[in-house]
Ligand binder design. Structure first.
Ligand code: GDP
Length: 301
């Protein structure tokens, strides 16, 4: 919870403090109040569609509970935000309880895929699991080395081939190595170039098929990594990837770097995909499993 609180400082200032100011200044819930609230929410990148839905839901609830005093609105707002974030859904990363699990990371260059893989490797390793990394981004210069830096930092091996080689072949190697070494979790990086989208989707499909063929039940998760600081752009990237690559969940990175943390709410509400992890900084420990209630409570704490 503390991690959330720290990481969400910017969003809290831009969003919650403005809501609180509005409540103290306006005192009454009327049309002018709703209009200003709408503006604040859109400013925090909650997204127009989601804001409209939220305001509608608030109106209904305020009427039902006969609330007039704005000071009483905050718990209702929290409740509705948790609802939009599907507070009751399962945000866990699903892995085998024994035997090899494979997690595939997809997303555009620069969103924080490598960093997230490093952080997650650290987390699993410190839980006593055997972890292996696969350098599946053979396209971007420096991608393999960058994953190796994380591997060294965390103390886990990286399976790689030379730059430019076939990523599906890297995955095949990685899976064989994982089986031989009795690895619990194989975390796979992939390319994120967008210059040639259909080509990239084909490449991801090929990787997917190799993993599926070599390990029963795999890939156990396909996590789409999105950069929260890109706001509505992250939402369109999610739509692009989500439709084609068998994505099972989302990772939202760089929440610490943005005042627009409301994007989490927009993304969750507008896509049929659970948010599983959030990145709250550049360090090894700055990764948090997502929990809607903790998230919203950290905002209003
Ligand atoms: P990739 O191209 O998707 O593999 O992206 P990288 O993992 O290389 O990350 C790109 C940049 O974002 C790096 O400078 C990371 O340190 C930074 N980054 C990644 N995740 C986070 C995060 O949660 N918070 C912050 N502040 N920076 C992050």
């Amino acid at each position: 919870t503390n991690k959330f609180k720290e990481g969400l400082t910017k969003t809290r200032t831009a969003f919650v403090e403005r809501v609180e100011e509005l409540i103290t200044r306006r005192k009454k819930i009327d049309e002018a109040f709703y209009e200003e609230l709408e503006e604040i929410l859109i400013g925090a990148d909650v997204g127009v569609n989601t804001v409209m839905q939220l305001i509608d839901e608030l109106r209904v609830e305020v009427k039902k509970r006969k609330i007039e005093d704005a000071a009483e609105l905050q718990p209702v707002l929290s409740e509705k935000l948790i609802g939009l974030l599907r507070g009751d859904e399962d945000n866990k990363i699903h892995l085998e309880s024994s035997g090899l699990s494979v997690v595939l990371f997809v997303g555009v260059n620069g969103v924080g895929k490598t960093t997230t893989i490093g952080k997650l490797a650290h987390k699993y390793k410190s839980e006593g699991k055997r972890v292996l990394l696969a350098a599946g981004d053979t396209f971007r210069a420096g991608a393999i080395e960058q994953l190796e830096v994380w591997g060294q930092r965390v103390g886990v091996d990286v399976i790689k081939q030379s730059s430019g080689s076939d990523p599906a072949a890297v995955m095949f190697d990685a899976v064989q190595a994982a089986k031989q070494r009795g690895v619990d979790i194989l975390l796979c990086d992939t390319a994120g170039r967008l210059q040639n989208k259909s080509n990239l989707m084909e490449e991801l499909n090929k990787i997917y098929r190799v993993i599926q063929r070599e390990v029963p039940g795999a890939p156990h998760e396909v996590l789409l990594v999105l950069d929260a600081t890109t706001g509505q752009n992250a939402l369109s990237q999610a739509k692009l990837f989500g439709e084609k690559s068998g994505v099972t969940g989302l990772v939202l990175t760089k929440l610490d770097g943005t005042a627009k943390g409301g994007i989490v709410i927009a993304i969750r509400n507008e896509l049929q995909l659970p948010v599983k992890l959030v990145g709250l900084g550049e360090k090894m420990d700055d990764l948090q499993e997502f929990d809607s209630e903790q998230f919203v409570h950290a905002l209003f704490a």
